[in-house]
Design a protein around this ligand. Sequence first.
Ligand code: ADP
Ligand code: ADP
Length: 225
Amino acid sequence: MSLVAAHDLRLSYGDTPALDGCSLSVEAGERVAMMGPSGSGKSTLLHCLAGVLRPDAGTVMFDGVDVVPLSESRRSRLRLERMGVVFQFGDLVPELSLAENVMLPAQLLGMSSARARSRALALLDELGVADVAHRRAGTVSGGQAQRAAVARAIVHEPAVVYADEPTGSLDTVNAELVLDALVDLTGRSGAALVVVTHDHQVAAHLDRLVTMRDGRVTQPAGVGA
Ligand code: ADP
Ligand code: ADP
């Protein structure tokens, strides 16, 4: 059984179809790059996989459970427990320090503050932002914030990390750092990764490339999709 299996998703924003019979499967631990033209539905698909958006039709099986019919609160809980997400413009809490932002998911899941803090600091250190770990997220650079967003997505050892153009707002050097971190950390923890990217070099480093066009996955959608 695949970790994630989305089948025949349809979603329109008013009259604009964003997903039009879209299917994708992701195996446990598999790292997938997703490419495709702007407007082809990549963001919308990721939001459906993460249970943020509910498609108009179709199923999103996560570890054997269809998340589509679940209530908002059950989807949020599942996301917190089993998934990590990184968006293009980090969505850190600007008033909290980087360390506090990274600690949050672990604490919400019941980890002690001391343990969450030491994990957060270790991750931030590894990502090269230990020196700004105590600065408020609203005051650090985009590259520093995105590295913290990666740490936050992985701190609670999720089964899968969804990243939507996590480096879209960064210069080349920072983009490489952030992507390397995502790939390394998911690899080490055994988490699956689905990352939307425009960078073919990134795609070449992952297990599989899928391409979206007009609201569908047009290239190998994965086992059983
Ligand atoms: P991609 O991530 O590949 O750029 P999106 O999923 O963002 O694609 O968008 C797919 C289609 O849905 C596009 O036509 C886009 O303009 C439209 N769309 C996305 N989000 C919204 C929204 N919130 N309201 C209306 N249309 C949207
Ligand atoms: P991406 O980087 O994935 O291509 P977009 O630039 O398409 O993202 O979209 C950025 C944000 O704007 C998203 O939250 C998306 O939902 C929203 N959006 C995209 N297209 C539209 C649209 N036509 N109308 C309203 N919101 C949109």
